[in-house]
Design a protein around this ligand. Structure first.
Ligand code: PLP
Length: 400
């Protein structure tokens, strides 16, 4: 579907047509997004918000229009609650640092899950170290599903925030975040969602979810690298201190005291990545033209096809078998090291990811050092999945 929109996919690698199955790490970019970047630098490149001149006003208007596009895409109540960051990692660091300074005290608790990406563990550990709070963990079962029976006990009077992923980048599991949010809210505990792996696969409505924070990266949804979003409810953002100091985030600076700008600028210190923000807007327009429902349907078909094909390979074990999954498969082949399998698959022209995928606790759960992960986007094809299956068979033959 719409494969020809992505020029990078036309090349050959190791003498074979490129098969790109590393979409969970980053998606490829359609020509319209690439054009947006070059058009921006050719026509309106200028620093925003601070200039009265023509180019600065044009760039400012385009930048703020992009913010409204993101607002509508995730159905945020206001554009002021949409903060541009460098990506999910920076969004979570912002929340952990700023929320932590304002709301975490000694012996408080922060609740994450066992399947989080390191980007949703380490910032909270840093915040806990600074405040004396403790990290608590929702476990998952061998199918890769969160064990929510534990949730009622884990959510207690010391819990200050819950931070969980919408979709696991290693297992593909779509977590029941509505249920988690409802249970946490019943105890007046806010919830942050790491949406890095959900945003290109599932329609996200932050008002319907009623999440307090939602984070994602542009580059995992066909937009440029280096741009991301942190949605936060104004009620929290107004109470949280700035994350970084500098230009744009101030109202008035004197050597005695500085007052801060209003939302969203309070959290956007320094010159932002204007071209990349415009690229994000184009990517959202592109996704909406294709239609989220069509994308999801196509990706589920690819997932079903790949699951069937790969399950038929003897000695192949899939990690993450939840009924609710996005389009990725993590696996290992017999006891062969994941790196060796990945190396041979790459030589066959198929790009997959090997390793712990920044989820070492997930690897510890299964007592393995890593997996091979194939992650699909709508532009992939069944023929490419056949090529992956053939490459795995070849690896099995060669590595015994
Ligand atoms: N969270 C999840 C679930 C991810 O998959 C990733 C990246 O793979 C991140 C966070 C970090 O995203 P980024 O590197 O774009 O900041």
């Amino acid at each position: 579907m719409n494969r020809s929109d992505f020029p990078i996919l036309e090349q050959s690698v190791n003498g074979k047509p490129l098969v790109y199955f590393d979409n969970a790490a980053t998606t490829q970019k359609p020509q319209v997004v690439i054009d947006t970047l070059t058009d921006y630098y050719r026509t309106i490149n200028s620093n925003i918000h601070r200039g009265v001149h023509y180019l600065s006003q044009k760039a400012t208007e385009a930048f703020e229009e992009a913010r409204r596009t993101v607002q509508a895409f995730i159905n945020a109540p206001t554009p002021q609650e949409v903060i541009f960051t460098r990506g999910t990692t920076e969004s979570i660091n912002l929340i952990a640092s700023s929320f932590g300074k304002r709301f975490l005290q000694a012996d408080d608790e922060v609740l994450v899950s066992e399947m989080e990406h390191h980007a949703n563990i380490v910032p909270w550990q840093l915040a806990c170290e600074q405040s004396g709070a403790h990290l608590r963990v929702i476990p998952f079962n061998d199918a890769g599903e969160l064990e929510l029976d534990h949730l009622d006990n884990l959510l207690n009077e010391r819990t200050r925030i819950v931070a969980v992923s919408h979709v696991s980048n290693t297992l593909g599991t779509i977590n029941p975040i509505r249920e988690i949010i409802q249970k946490a809210h019943a105890k007046k505990i806010p919830v942050m969602i790491d949406g890095a792996q959900a945003i290109s696969h599932i329609p996200v409505d932050v008002q319907e979810l009623d999440c307090d924070f939602y984070c994602f990266s542009g580059h995992k949804m066909y937009a440029p690298m280096g741009i991301g979003v942190m949605f936060g409810k104004a009620q929290w953002l107004n109470e949280m201190p700035p994350y970084q100091g500098g230009g744009e985030m101030i109202q008035r600076v004197t050597f005695e005291k500085t007052t801060y700008n209003e939302l969203p600028f309070k959290f956007e210190a320094g010159t932002p990545a204007v071209g990349d923000v415009l690229g994000l807007k184009t990517a959202i327009d592109y996704i909406q033209q294709l239609g989220m429902a069509r994308i999801a349907e196509r990706e589920q078909a690819l997932l079903n096809y790949a699951t069937e094909k790969l399950s038929a390979i003897s000695g192949l074990r899939i990690y993450g078998t939840s009924a609710e999954k996005t389009s990725l498969i993590s696996f290992n082949l017999n006891n062969i090291h994941h790196f060796d399998v990945g190396f041979i698959i790459d030589k066959m022209g198929v790009a997959v990811r090997t390793g712990h995928h920044c989820t070492q606790p997930v690897m510890d759960h299964y007592h393995i050092p890593g997996t091979i992960r194939a992650s699909f986007a709508f532009y992939n094809t069944e023929a490419e999945i056949d090529q992956l299956a053939a490459a795995i068979e070849k690896a099995k033959q060669m590595l015994g």
